[in-house]
Design a protein. Sequence first.
Length: 252
Amino acid sequence: MNIKNYLKRLNYKGELDTTLKTLKALHEAHTFTIPFENIDVIAKKDISLKLKDILKKLIDENRGGYCYELNKAFCFLLKEIGFDVQMSFARVLYQNPTMENGVAPMSHQITIVTINKKRYLADVGFGGFGIIHPIDIDSKKTTKQYNLKYKIKKIKNEYYLFAKTGKKYSAIYKFDLRDYLEIDYKYGNFFASNAPESRFVNNFICTKPTKTGRITILNSEFKIFKDGKTKSKKIDAKKRKKLLKRVFGIKI
């Protein structure tokens, strides 16, 4: 892995030690810089989980990706720096069209980082309501991250991530601390990028957070969420292509 080029892509010039402060800074830089997008899924291209292919896409091609790409790349970056990391899986609960009888499949890749025996949820690949900073999974405190508030609640052997959506907290996803195999992520990736019921197969998405909210292209809409209010306008394919380049730095 070329860490120098990765850090350049993130516009990161901070420390490279294994402290929580550095993890927080890297996490924020990643979410603010590299967008969550599924352009290749919509284009019916295979989504490679080979690290060299992911890095080529994110760094050399100045693209974004979704959880299997973004969190895998971030996990390996943290490993190279020296962090104690573990890839894991989550079941998405918020507005999930693939749930059956109230049960969601394991479909979202996350990262668990251990620092001084404390475990933190790191996730640079969720999109809407995605965290900007890592969260101590054993803390019962609410954490404010710019305009959003989060909390993690342990129920039996599972951890639930909640985000404040409007006036109430909603469960975004739940996860455990088991180790999963590479083939688990491979099959999750295949489902996300090919299944007819997958939201990524049916919707064009490109989004990233800002310090005041979030900017998003969703199908034929361009949305700016700022200070609790959303402005939206319709866009055609030509305008969408221009916005991808101007707002997200993506040229297609």
